[in-house]
Write a protein that binds this ligand. Sequence first.
Ligand code: SF4
Ligand code: SF4
Length: 556
Amino acid sequence: MKYRKMGSLDWEVSALGFGCMRLPTKKENGNDIIDEEEAIKMIRYAIDNGVNYFDTAFPYHNETSELVVGKALQEGYREKIKLVTKLPMWIVTERDDFDKYLNKQLEKLQTDHIDIYLFHGLNNQTFQLVKKYELIEKMEEAKTAGKIRHIGFSFHDSYDVYNEIIDYYDWDATQIQWNFVDHNTQATTKGLEYAASKGIAVIVMEPIKGGKLANPTKEIEEIIENAPVKRTAANWALQYVWNHPGVSVVLSGMSTFDQVKENIESAEQSGINLLSQEELKIISDMTTRYRKKSIVPCTYCEYCQPCPSSVSIPLNFRLLNELLWVDSTEQMREKYKYFASKEEDLNAKNNYGAASLCTECGECLDKCPQMIDIPSELKKVHLVLGEDNELSGVYKLFLRGPVFVDKEEFQIIGIEDVGKRENRNTAAIWAKFQQEITAVSSRDASHGLGIRIGTEELQKKGEERYIVSNEVSSTEIVPEGMITETIHAQKYAVFTHIGSLINISETYEYIYGDWLVNNTRYERVPWVAEFEWYDARFSLVSEDSELDLYIPIQAK
Ligand code: SF4
Ligand code: SF4
């Protein structure tokens, strides 16, 4: 096993960490339960072969993962590893809940201390609870009492929120979702590097994107077969993550003995900056292909479950996503028929509820770390799989999303043009901006923003403000001819336009003429800025180009 630095902590961690959220299961009275005997064998085999980092959490496997991990760590195994679990933030309703859950977890895990205790799945909302209930102080008290050794958080939200949380406390560890398809979402590579630069140990989850990257499409299989280095698809994904110097440990949620063995072998080949330029190019080609094949960005984490109407949300999304991967609509429609479309059929169908059972109650929305508009997507799943509509008729294959993002207030410096959109020479404004913005050292050059701001007065004349800009950390120096503006904190529906800019009007047509018109929960916030977000994925000449469109929304 290869070992790596664990941030500023004085121990070395195995490159591979064992994620205990996808332990092997078996059926008992129609329910999926952990196959304890197999899970214990797998955990002990991993420890015997050098894995020294184990990650579990309160809700995994219907709150039974911690119990099984606790059993597996008897007979001297506990002392050989670092054990990590998490405070379930979404059910914390008062300060005392901290002790209630931690004590329960220690009991289930049959241990007197947790090596790293994480706030589970921090986002903008749950971070407010950390402050409101002074939970950092509770963490420190637990540390003084010897119940926990180190303090950290796992995370699912945007880069802005991540940055704010990182700067809020002197964390020991942070757990983020990062893989070769998702490196520009959530904490992002920039966030990973920022945390690592502060000496915080970075734990990567979902390196294989919920197993998705281990099951290549035909196109990706071809790339892998033609590669000069022979690796499985899963191994390519893992090596990409291990290659980054800022990563301490990579978690894999393993469900079979073979996966444990294969991942241990992969970890033994791992290292920092080991991948050649040619190998990185191969991975970049795979990234492009995968992006084009994902319809719904679900990682099948099941945080949205259970649904009060018994919709098996991740299973429905999996069928839809697999449709493009296996290239067989009929096969997926047959599988969809197995799901219960009426409540009374649920028992007979193993409690697998079809997308059509969704009542759009919205209860699942805040639980999804990928910020997916679950009820809207489920409607589309049913149209394609349950009502035999053409995929291309339901899904606009030139766009993805939306996902929901709560963006903090930010400042920009840029060039403004006020007038009619059709009269604007957008390319010339961008060219001028790119020349002049280099004088602003406080800018964030990782992305550019094309911001549109309307006012009632301008609308009467058919005009708008358009500002080509960069986010900045200071507005002390604003070059002549440029302006600065503050964009206030706001919730956005983010759509990704794929391909040439020539078709962008179709994407806007879908957003304004379909999604917003038919949305029962959200409406556009009047007169608030919307913007185009251009980053490294954008290219004027590539059909794989991606551009994000941020539309400000509020609950109806
Ligand atoms: S919105 Fe639909 S899928 Fe989500 S919890 Fe409600 S019924 Fe279930
Ligand atoms: S919809 Fe969201 S919460 Fe539910 S399984 Fe998919 S990613 Fe997880």
